[in-house]
Write a new protein. Structure first.
Length: 465
């Protein structure tokens, strides 16, 4: 729709034709003397209402929504009373366009800001003075400190501060207050390991700990719990330096430092854990048995026995021959000759018996040597474990194979759980006697538990109680 607009509220001003679109409000997009050249959504009726407030010198009932409908921008709700006073003081001719009303409102806002800045520079300002001056960050809690900081800034400048200078002083003081309020707590409320046990048990005031893990543990988590959530934590590997701890640990001692910095950035505490990863246990060597020597000894013993049997036959035959010769001599010779022959025969029999006895001893010695070799071979691989339980303890008597001399023995108990089994190492010791004997005492085993004795990875005893 094309309309011709005529300025009837201010006949002294000239108007030009304008093209408008009627949509409940008028969208004005032309140059009219006394109006803004920028496009704005305005309600002509709202402008009339504002003009009427000025005409009657009473804008006490004016609403911010009416000013907004008239196209006015940048309104501050806290300044509404001042807006009403300014509109009441204006004349009708000065309020018949959006630009004219906007100029009045802008003047009020500028005056309010200026009054706020003046009050702040005067000292002892209220939070409302800072709000009026559009200074942000001021609260009832920090008002006193901010007033002191602003006064110091003005003293340093020797003249009144601008709004930007006041905001700079306020922002700086807020930062100082925040730093002063920061916590100085750099302690831990807990410290735990993914494997192993801290020694001594964790306490907030204890800063040095040790722990031991098996050779199979190649990575480890050290989890700190901060007493103050605003503190920061970093972990280092090594007694000194800043090498980050990533979780990997080497065989031997690993020094892990947990460094906590409080929120005040000046209080620092360090908790140190030395984790020792034990060396790998070498694989057990199999006992050496010289089967060739055993076979040779057995063959020698058999040969000696066969020879002894053959010699006995020869001796028996010699004795029989001697007796036959004696019988013949007794028949052929006189009694004296017979007696002499008998004595010679007896001497020959004694000699044969002595020779046989010597041969029997040689056979027995060879058989004893074979038995000793066999016994030594059996002892080299034999393990004997005896259990004796009292009311509270179980005594274990060990007689381990000689080959385990100098090795580390682990005493473990396997307990059934709801999800499977749990293996716990109760004790470990070095087999320091060549005969492999040792005695240890452990907490009494319960029925259903399984006792295991391991030498390194070799299981040498396994029994369910």
């Amino acid at each position: 729709m094309t309309l011709q607009l005529t300025n009837t509220t201010s006949p002294s001003k000239t108007s030009k034709l304008a093209t408008v679109v009627l949509t409940g409000f008028l969208t004005i997009s032309l140059s009219v003397v006394g109006l803004s050249s920028a496009s704005a959504i305005v309600d002509p009726a709202a402008i009339t209402i504002i003009s009427n407030y000025a005409d009657t010198d009473d804008a006490g009932a004016m609403l911010l929504t009416e000013l907004t409908a008239a196209g006015v921008t940048g309104l501050v709700e806290a300044n509404l009373g001042a807006y009403k006073t300014a509109i009441s003081d204006a004349d009708l001719a000065g309020t018949d366009t959006t630009d004219e009303i906007q100029a009045i409102i802008d003047g009020v806002d500028a005056a309010v800001i200026a009054d706020g800045i003046t009050a702040i520079n005067a000292g002892g300002a209220a939070t409302t003075d800072y709000a009026a001056a559009t200074i942000t960050g001021v609260t009832a809690g920090n008002l006193v400190a901010i007033n002191i900081a602003v006064a110091a800034a003005r003293t340093a400048k020797t003249t009144d501060l601008t709004g930007a200078e006041i905001q700079t002083a306020v922002t700086a003081e807020i930062a100082v207050l925040a730093a002063a309020a920061a916590s100085s707590n750099a302690s831990l409320s807990a410290l735990s390991l993914g494997s192993g046990t801290l020694s001594p048990a964790f306490a907030t005031g204890t800063f040095v700990y040790t722990a031991s893990v098996g050779n199979g543990t190649t990575t480890l988590t050290v989890t700190p719990t901060k007493s103050d959530a605003t503190a920061s934590v970093v972990q280092y590997l090594g007694a000194t330096g800043t090498t980050a701890f990533t979780g990997a640990i080497a065989v031997g001692a690993n020094v892990i430092r947990t460094r906590i910095t409080a929120a005040d950035n000046s209080t620092i505490l360090t908790y140190t854990v030395t984790v020792t990863r034990v060396e790998a246990t070498p694989a057990p060597s199999e006992p050496t048995i010289d089967y060739a020597a055993i076979a040779a000894a057995q063959a020698a013993a058999k040969a000696a026995a066969d020879k002894a049997a053959a010699d006995k036959l020869l001796a028996d035959k010699a004795a029989a021959d001697a007796k036959a010769a004696a019988d013949k001599l007794a028949a052929d010779k006189s009694i004296a000759d017979a007696k002499a022959a008998a004595e010679a025969l007896a001497a020959a029999a004694v000699k044969a018996a002595e020779e046989k006895l010597a041969q029997d001893k040689a056979v027995a010695a060879e058989q004893a040597a074979v038995a000793a070799v066999r016994a030594a071979a059996a002892k080299a691989v034999a393990n004997t474990v005896k259990l004796v339980s009292s009311a509270t303890r179980t005594r274990i008597s060990l007689d381990l194979a000689d080959v385990y001399y100098g090795r580390i023995a682990y005493v473990q108990v396997v307990t059934k759980t709801k999800t499977g089994t749990r293996t716990t190492t109760l004790d470990f010791f070095v087999v320091d006697r060549e005969d492999g004997k040792a005695n240890i005492s452990i907490k009494k085993l319960l029925k259903g538990q399984k006792l295991q004795i391991r030498i390194g990875k070799t299981l040498v005893f396994n029994k369910t109680i």
